[in-house]
Design a protein around this ligand. Structure first.
Ligand code: ZN
Length: 1109
């Protein structure tokens, strides 16, 4: 069925169009200042009273845009496509496959639906929340634990942070003498800082006399003092910095300045690096530099094998033949010291010390922003904040040959609606009047700081395609002596990296301003959903949550309308019209071709229908309290929501609360196909592919309607996340999963997720387009969306957490002078029904020297890209191949650096670029992640769930997901509010007398050592002995002491940082749950064959040497 032929019902609810306001921030509708807009909205008064006048008058300079190859399903976007149309270079190469592929439509023979009976709901009140308490269902059977005592005992007593004393360099301001090993670097060597490591033969004894330490050196080679060839600006005021990124015409005005003059780089305690060439080594590590290791291991130089693993070097088997040890390094039975290899914690802490104290000012082209783990403030001076866009490389190679040679991926990770801290947002809303936003005539890029005004301001040249466009008379302004418009700083689009435009009716479907969106709640009321307490919990929560739907700050209440459906193998629609005394239920029992049995009274305003809605939410748990229906449908549920939105002619979001595999006879019926025997085989990929094409086709229809689908799953067994999540993953939706849900223990987690999901800022019916300057173009996209052509990323919904990753490839040469530009424009409908365009601009530098590329990469972004790419490739390749390709690509990246950028040194030394020295450790985390190398007890559903989660993670989320944060709590400063410095994720760094918090954005563990001191035990748990700690607790007891208070504060602050609520799991040392916890100690070997960091680094070194020889 083609929705384009669907006659649209006139909606009885259409409220007046709102005046525009800024995007709402999360939270319960706190008011927001609105004065920001005042200076920018020349035409504001025209529009405040209602809808912009329908598109008469000046047509946007766009109407001649070439037609796009929009699919039929998006034909109603014809006008929008023109507006947001492609560059006039019409021949786009074939788009590489995107994340979701769709099989051709299957035909479902339609039958006429039978009718349904209105039905007055009973009013009995039997509270049926079942309080079934079960044990924790985590991780399946717990294998016997390996003895853990060995791993806890070697070496000296752990220091405050659990690591041996030698591993604790002082972070900030550490002296950074040049690394002696490289003192004789030749002048010809590129000015790249690097780090070298002891020879990588797995069993060889490192030469300790020349061992560079693991401490990161924020030397001139790193991003800190990086000086892009053209991007740096004079150390002048913020205003005068701006021309630095104005693009070609200004390029010659903005030559480089001394690096230290960059205001955000005068980090505390950072000695300026030498001007050139000093291939600086890391700072000395206490107890390591120049020492021979203590033979008794007292300083941790030689570590015993980890507990549970018989052979100290099983990695050898994984990695094949080990390279011959270099002559200078006689083989020895000693392990490479983990403290001598690059430490993530050191890098994170150095970045905090160097970049956390000054704001990050975006006016400088090609600057690498602070790491995602650093807290920093952003000042938008012409490039989008890193909160919106992060790149893998901020200095792109000029040619595709260079890019190929380096193998460094060129990608941007974009979070278009990211929530900004109060002092950085909200974005300005710009109104260019009835003609709509000013754009380039040819490529349709939106007015931005990179456009160059010429001919006294009468025309402007596009920095993306060079086309010259007339400035409309109403937008004309004179230029100053530098060629800049005199109103530059009064207009956000002329001096900021990110802003919004008010879109005109030309940007709307069918040239009609949109209706406010709707939220539809569809609740599974089958036996399992009722019994687990889910139905009661959802209904109770909705009574209050509906007061907090997203709204514009000027609106008294949200304009979002709501509707309700319950279902098992039939669907129940509810009429909650305000004039009714009681809600009415209508049952649709023929689910073969879903329709909505009522139009008037299904979607209502919460304010108007409050009484009826509350009555309904009270009654639903009672109506189904005694249900014996165990079967469910799923396809018809999505269809019902979609049809309701179509009938109301609006976009919206479905919230589906679903418990089981939909095996009832209906479109989209599924069967249990979980087959663990396929794991690790060539057929494994089929497990990641949907088992039917039905949901792919349904998703296309949803996208065309702007119907975003969020799915909350509560399975007790296999539910086929892969297939069910297709609709969410194609519509910008989210999937949540609460296995073995029990209201009592999982309520907090579910409700926190639901509250956040319902309230978070989002846009509806969105289309995103990324334009780039000549030389590169966006070729591939990752995330939760749908694409019907090669350029438009269609998002039925786009919320503030969703990220789209865009890969770029060269199609021509780039220029060092001009750099490269990208502009991400997202057209969307706000929660009040206003059509807007959000624009993010970013300029990066371009280089002809590989060394410049390697100095300006962001490893966390590279890893995020690699993970997303790999997780998509498992759809088509065996996981082993995916892992091999990843290892090979990283080896090539590092080998290219070694060959072209590093100073000469012996082949036995592993040399890593400073800003990529964590590539091996992080890559190893991706390789042994549950999707690519699952543990035996992990279900297919778990892997499918993680796979789709990672695809739309931002860099901060993917970073902590792959390298969890481990915080020592036993020596907490209860007075201060700083978090303790994190530790490396390795069991040998845990102290038996310690207490540690570990989180990865999804899981939160509190690990308790068996020798935890009495006072700590008492303060935190209120018990007298280790054995009395209840491992089933999901929250810590509230005790009246500063320690208890501080730890609970830390847990809350960590939860607040993440987009999903993390349930606390208490893991006692040697307890059953520890096996699960240990999987997150990612520097160690794991039970499914994942290598330790040390072993993997040795393997990587071997691969690099092979590539070089
Ligand atoms: Zn253009």
């Amino acid at each position: 069925m083609n929705l384009n032929q669907q006659p649209h019902m006139a909606s009885p609810y259409a409220p007046p169009q709102p005046g525009y306001q800024m995007y709402p921030q999360p939270g319960y509708g706190a008011p927001h200042p609105t004065q920001q807009y005042a200076p920018y909205n020349g035409h504001t008064s025209l529009y405040q009273q209602g809808a912009p006048p329908a598109g008469q008058g000046r047509a946007p300079p766009v109407s001649g845009a070439p037609p796009v190859s929009a699919s039929d399903s998006y034909s109603q976007y014809a006008q929008g496509n023109v507006q947001n149309g492609p560059p006039s270079v019409p021949s786009q190469p074939q788009r590489p496959p995107v994340s979701q592929s769709y099989a051709p439509a299957t035909v479902h023979p339609g039958t006429q639906p039978t009718y349904h009976q209105p039905y007055e709901a009973p009013t009995t009140s039997v509270q049926q929340i079942t309080g079934h308490m079960a044990g924790m269902h985590i991780g399946g059977p717990a294998p016997n634990l390996p003895p853990s005592s060995m791993s806890m005992t070697p070496g000296p007593p752990p220091s405050m942070y659990g690591a041996p004393p030698t591993s604790q360099p002082s972070f900030p301001g550490a002296p950074t003498p040049p690394q002696s090993a490289f003192a004789g670097v030749t002048p010809a060597a590129p000015p790249v800082s690097q780090q070298s490591f002891p020879t990588g033969a797995p069993m060889s004894q490192p030469h300790y006399s020349s061992v560079p330490t693991s401490s990161s050196q924020p030397s001139m080679g790193g991003p800190v003092l990086q000086q892009p060839p053209f991007g740096a600006v004079p150390p002048a005021s913020a205003q005068s910095q701006f021309p630095g990124m104005q693009g070609p015409p200004f390029a010659n005005q903005s030559m480089s300045a001394p690096p230290a003059s960059q205001p955000n780089h005068t980090g505390a305690g950072m000695p300026p690096g030498p001007p050139i060439g000093g291939v600086q080594g890391p700072p000395p590590q206490p107890g390591l530099q120049g020492f021979h290791p203590q033979q008794n291991g007292a300083f941790g130089q030689m570590r015993p094998p980890q507990s549970g693993y018989a052979a100290p070097y099983p990695g050898q088997q994984n990695f094949g033949i080990q390279p011959p040890p270099p002559a200078a390094a006689p083989p020895a039975q000693k392990r490479l010291d983990p403290d001598s290899i690059p430490s993530p914690i050191q890098v994170i802490e150095d970045d905090k010390a160097n970049k956390g104290s000054e704001p990050f000012i975006t006016g400088v082209r090609g600057q690498v922003p602070p790491l995602v783990t650093t807290t920093f403030q952003v000042k938008d001076q012409g490039n989008a904040s890193p909160r919106f866009i992060r790149c893998t490389a901020y200095n792109m190679p000029c040619t595709s040959d260079m890019a190929k040679q380096s193998q460094v991926p060129l990608a941007a990770i974009i979070k278009p609606l990211a929530t900004l801290p109060p002092d950085e947002g909200p974005l300005h809303l710009v109104d260019h009047g009835e003609g709509g936003p000013i754009r380039c005539n040819r490529c349709k890029a939106y007015m931005c700081p990179y456009m160059q005004f010429i001919e006294g301001g009468r025309r402007f040249q596009c920095s993306f395609c060079s086309c010259v466009t007339d400035v409309p008379p109403h937008y004309f302004q004179h230029l100053d002596h530098t060629g800049r418009r005199v109103d530059c700083y009064e207009r956000p689009e002329l001096h900021l990296g990110s802003y919004e435009f008010l879109a005109t009716v030309d940007y709307c479907k069918n040239n009609k301003l949109p209706q406010p969106p709707a939220f539809i709640f569809l609740i599974d009321v089958s036996y399992n959903a009722v019994k687990s307490g889910l139905v009661a919990v959802v209904c109770e929560e909705l009574k209050t949550l509906l007061d907090h739907l997203p709204r514009e700050s000027v609106d008294e209440e949200s304009r979002i309308r709501v509707g309700f459906v319950t279902y098992n193998k039939v669907l129940h629609f509810y009429n909650v019209k305000s004039s009714l005394a009681q809600p009415q239920m209508m049952v649709v029992s023929d689910v073969s071709e879903m329709f909505v049995p009522l139009l008037d009274g299904f979607l209502v305003s919460v304010g108007e229908s409050r009484v009826v809605i509350n009555s309904l939410l009270d009654q639903i748990p009672e109506i189904f309290a005694d249900t014996r229906e165990t079967e469910t449908v799923f396809g018809p549920v999505v269809q019902a929501g979609l049809e309701a939105l179509k009938a109301a002619d609006c976009a919206g979001k479905l919230f589906i609360f679903h418990s089981s595999l939909p095996i009832a006879e209906a479109p989209g019926k599924l069967k249990n196909r979980e087959d663990k025997k396929l794991v690790g085989t060539d057929k494994e990929k089929s497990l990641f592919q949907p088992q039917v094409s039905f949901y792919g086709n349904l998703a296309k229809e949803c996208v065309a309607q702007g119907c975003c689908v969020d799915i909350f799953l509560f399975p007790n067994q296999f539910v086929d996340v892969t297939t069910l999540s297709v609709v969410a993953c194609s519509t910008g939706g989210s999937v949540y999963k609460y296995s073995h849900f029990q209201a009592q223990t999982d309520r907090d987690r579910f409700l926190n997720d639901l509250r956040r999901d319902v309230q978070k800022p989002m846009g509806f019916d969105a289309v995103m387009r990324v334009r780039t300057s000549t030389g590169i173009r966006a070729t591939d996209f990752f995330g939760s969306f749908y694409m019907s052509n090669t350029t438009d990323v269609e998002l039925a919904g786009l919320d503030s957490d969703k990220t789209v990753t865009v890969e770029f490839r060269h199609d021509d040469k780039l220029s060092e002078d001009t750099g490269a530009f990208m502009q991400c424009a997202v057209l969307y409908t706000s929660c009040s029904g206003q059509r807007r365009l959000r624009v993010h601009n970013l300029s990066v530098s371009c280089c002809t020297q590989l060394a410049d590329l390697y100095r300006n990469c962001e490893t966390d972004a590279v890893i995020s890209y690699f993970a997303k790419h790999a997780y998509r490739t498992v759809l088509s390749s065996p996981t082993k191949n995916v892992r091999d390709v990843l290892v090979n690509q990283c080896a090539q990246i590092l080998a290219c650096y070694r060959k072209n950028c590093a100073s000469p040194s012996s082949a036995g030394q592993l040399i890593l670029p400073e800003c990529m020295k964590l590539l091996p450790v992080y890559l190893n985390c991706v390789l042994k992640s549950d999707v690519l190398q699952p543990s035996a007890e992990l279900s297919l559903d778990d892997r499918a769930y993680l796979r789709q989660l990672v695809s739309c993670m931002d860099v901060a989320e993917s970073h902590v997901f792959f390298y969890p944060r481990l915080l020592p709590l036993q020596k907490l400063d209860v007075e201060g509010d700083a978090l303790p410095v994190a530790m490396r994720d390795s069991e040998e760094r845990l102290s038996r007398a310690g207490l540690y918090l570990l989180e990865n954005g999804l899981n939160l563990f509190l690990w308790v050592g068996s020798a935890i001191p009495q006072d700590l035990l008492h303060n935190v748990f209120g018990t007298a002995s280790f054995s009395q700690i209840d491992p089933n607790m999901t929250s810590l007891p509230v005790l009246d002491n500063p320690f208890s208070k501080r730890i609970r504060e830390i847990i809350e602050s960590i939860r607040a940082q993440r987009s999903r609520y993390m349930k606390l799991m208490v893991v006692k040392q040697d307890d059953r749950l520890e096996i699960l916890f240990k999987r997150f100690l990612v520097e160690d070997k794991n039970s499914s064959g994942g290598a330790s960091y040390v072993d993997f680094l040795c393997h990587m070194h071997k691969e690099i040497r092979q590539l070089l020889s």
